[in-house]
Ligand binder design. Structure first.
Ligand code: GLA
Length: 735
């Protein structure tokens, strides 16, 4: 009863003044009974924004009527505006531009028409509301539901679509977007994040011109190697950190994605986001539903900084597995040993983990396979048994040794892949994606397993489940994925090859769903030859991700800066390594701005360096809550100056941590004072530089020991950094 009353209450809010009867558009009486057509408004709101749809009473179609800052009054949206802006434009009838959805019916009719049928609202919690809008083809048995999940406090909306086909035979979907949005601005500025292996998340911004601009990937697996599925779209003018009107959008999908931006002849822009339909016409069986992944977006009229903070808070509370739980600091052995290790070496690394004060030792690639031992990347992938030569006493021994030192033990796997030189390949050639009648094509000497095959799903599930059952002491997994699809063909999918890209990802999610049911809080790092798979579809299952194999801290400042726009710091794994010639301090300070770890030969550290590292780790553990969950303010961009400065501020504004990196220096270089943000102007703060090196040149903050008002720090600022390239400062700011 209570539920019913709540629903009636919500419906009343949704249809203010909609007291006329709206006859469902598919009703046979529709034309006769709509003498006095009445529009219906369907708001999808968050705390500060409104996305409002309007059902046009005369044609029964659904239009986007408004998207932007919250409106005090929506009455004027009835019967006006947004006439052309179909909420989910179809192909084949009268739509002249790129459609959100296109399909062919059983009789060969290539058109779809969608009219409004009904809508409802589900309140999942005080903060999360789902609005469902049901559309239907008046002639064909196709139903399309647009779902909007509003995260009220975070100002984030997640949209996905379900297409239900009730025809007699399979239908083919050619386009199936997650979202279609419309904008009417004078100019549009698109910010994209491009790259490659070891150079992820390079920022580019350009003005959209008439016609179509597409950001997409066709790589299948390791799909985001050249481009992460994220963008900013600024309206009218370019936006910066604190000013400008924009949306930040990202697709929760670990496979091929596409963002399409089309500026029409009137200067209106439609943005279509979803799975890349390229080579992916999808056959849907009768009675089945095709569900798209989520497009996740936030609107800001205070620049990119606010948009990032909205997404960070959403990710913390909803988007990333256990986003508000602590993370483990770790020592990894990849760059220290590569494939060359034995029990003795590993136990000494366990000692080092303990000595440094880290939580976990992560054993990387190379621990498995016997017939074709994994001594380099040419063999063994797929044979997940401990290599007897390297680990005669098995993983159990290492888990025990770790335990006896009070550190956790973690392990690397790459369960979706296989080397041709492996027993798995010999025993199950039909489990592998490869073209008949053509040569196999390799990338990193490996092939992709056919996850669409349920037997392969079972195999992959058992790699993890088997290991965690045998060794319940394992406390962490790094799940890697080191190649994209080429020459891919699934024996299992037979004549449905164009379902492959979509089914692969959904099969991966099935496996992860199953694993998460059994191991709901187990920490797993998402990795894909660096940042080849970073998206909120996968991060529902993972606690963190490996952003790049490039651990040179100078490069990392840019790479981590890029990720920070869309992903929260606690999920971005940064390791102090031997890559790059910078000082240990610089490396440490760069790693500290996210989820810190190490991958260095600890035994080669001098006494001073060891002490510095131990103190830095202790500092990190003391401050990680602010770094992980505080509000991020990017103060000075490395794209604008020869330095990068950012800070995190906790929610009560009583504690902040500031990171400043001098990257380069020109003759007579001077830097202006850094004006902080996010503090309370009325509070008084003390500033303490941490991670200091005795006798080092790190501290030129004359004011170090003094106290300042928040107002002073934000309006006048402090001189931080000394202009020497590749130096850094970390400030602890305390009320
Ligand atoms: C990928 C990962 C690395 C490492 C290697 C192991 O390249 O990104 O961190 O795990 O695989 O082969």
């Amino acid at each position: 009863m209570k539920k019913l009353l709540t629903l009636l209450f919500i419906l009343n809010i949704i249809f203010p003044g909609a007291n006329g009867i709206f006859v469902p558009a598919n009703s046979p009486d529709r034309k006769q009974t709509m003498n006095s057509p009445q529009d219906i408004l369907i708001p999808v709101g968050t705390k500060n924004t409104d996305l409002i749809f309007r059902v046009n009473g005369s044609d029964g179609r659904l239009y986007q009527a408004y998207f932007g800052m919250k409106l005090a009054n929506t009455e004027n949206l009835m019967g006006s505006g947004g006439q052309d802006h179909l909420a989910y434009a179809t192909f084949g009838t009268d739509n002249l531009f790129e459609p959100a959805v296109r399909m062919t019916h059983n009789d060969g009719n290539p058109s779809l028409d969608l009219v409004y049928l009904s809508n409802n609202v589900e309140k999942l919690s005080d903060n999360v509301i789902v609005t469902n809008i049901l559309l239907k083809d008046p002639v064909y048995a196709i139903e399309v539901t647009l779902h909007f999940k509003s995260y009220i406090a975070e100002d984030v909306i997640e949209q996905w679509v379900e297409i239900v086909q009730k025809e007699t035979n399979p239908v083919t979907l050619f386009n199936y977007a997650s979202s279609m949005m419309h904008f009417d601005a004078d100019k549009y500025w698109l910010t994209q994040f491009h790259g490659d292996w070891a150079e992820e998340m390079k920022i580019q911004e350009s003005e959209l011109t008439s016609g179509i601009k597409i950001l997409d990937t066709k790589l299948g697996t390791r799909a985001h190697m050249y481009q992460t599925p994220v963008f900013f779209l600024s309206l009218n003018n370019k936006s910066d950190e604190n000013t400008g009107e924009l949306i930040a959008g990202t697709l929760g999908w670990s496979g091929n994605f596409r963002f399409l931006f089309e500026v029409d002849e009137k200067g209106s822009l439609r943005v279509i986001s979803g799975i890349n339909p390229f080579a992916s016409e999808y056959s849907v069986q009768p009675g089945k539903t095709f569900k798209t992944p989520s497009f996740i977006f936030t609107y800001s009229n205070h620049g990119k900084g606010l948009a990032s903070r909205n997404l960070h808070h959403w990710a913390e509370n909803y988007g990333i597995m256990d986003g508000n739980k602590p993370r483990l600091t770790l020592l990894n052995n990849w760059e220290t040993t590569y494939f060359d290790f034995n029990e003795k070496k590993l136990t000494s690394l366990l000692d080092d983990t303990k000595k440094m004060g880290l939580d976990l030792f992560l054993l990387d690639d190379g621990w498995f396979a016997n017939k074709y031992p994994r001594n380099d990347d040419r063999a063994g992938l797929g044979d997940w048994q401990e290599n007897k030569a390297k680990l005669p006493d098995g993983l159990g021994y290492l888990v025990k040794e770790a335990d006896s030192r009070g550190v956790k033990f973690g392990i690397w796997i790459e369960p979706e892949m296989v080397n041709p030189k492996s027993e798995l390949y010999e025993n199950h050639p039909d489990w592998i994606l490869k073209l008949p009648n053509r040569q196999e094509t390799y990338f990193r000497n490996q092939l992709v397993l056919d996850l669409t095959n349920p037997k392969v799903q079972e195999f992959v599930y058992n790699i993890v489940d088997g290991m965690l059952t045998r060794f319940p002491g394992i406390g962490f997994i790094k799940w890697d994925c080191n190649r994209m699809m080429t020459s891919a063909y699934s024996v299992y999918l037979k004549d449905k090859q164009s379902n492959l890209y979509v089914d692969y990802v959904n099969s991966l999610y099935n496996i992860l769903d199953r694993l998460r049911k059994k191991y709901p809080h187990f920490p797993i790092m998402l990795c894909s030859g660096g940042g080849g798979r970073v998206d909120y579809g996968a991060l529902r299952y993972f606690t963190e991700f490996w952003p790049s194999d490039d651990t040179d801290p100078l490069e990392r400042v840019y790479i981590q800066w890029g990720y920070s726009f869309f992903f929260p710091s606690f999920a971005v794994c940064n390791h102090v390594t031997s890559w790059g010639k910078q000082s240990l301090k610089f490396k440490t300070d760069v790693a500290m701005m996210g989820k810190m770890g190490y991958d260095i030969p600890v035994n080669e550290l001098s006494e001073k360096e060891l002490k510095f590292s131990q103190e830095a780790i202790a500092n990190y553990k003391r401050l990680c809550d602010v770094i992980w969950h505080g509000d991020l303010y990017r103060l000075i961009s490395p794209y604008d100056e020869n330095r990068a400065v950012l800070m995190y501020v906790n929610s009560s504004k009583s504690k902040a941590v500031l990171f400043s990196y001098t990257l380069n220096s020109r003759y007579n270089q001077t830097f202006n004072p850094v004006k902080m943000q996010g503090l309370d102007p009325l509070k008084t703060y003390t500033i303490k530089e941490i991670n200091t090196v005795p006798g080092g040149r790190q501290s030129q903050i004359a004011e170090t020991e003094r106290s300042y008002t928040g107002e002073y720090l934000m309006k006048i600022g402090l001189n931080i950094g000394n202009g020497t390239p590749l130096t850094s400062n970390v400030l602890e700011i305390t009320e």
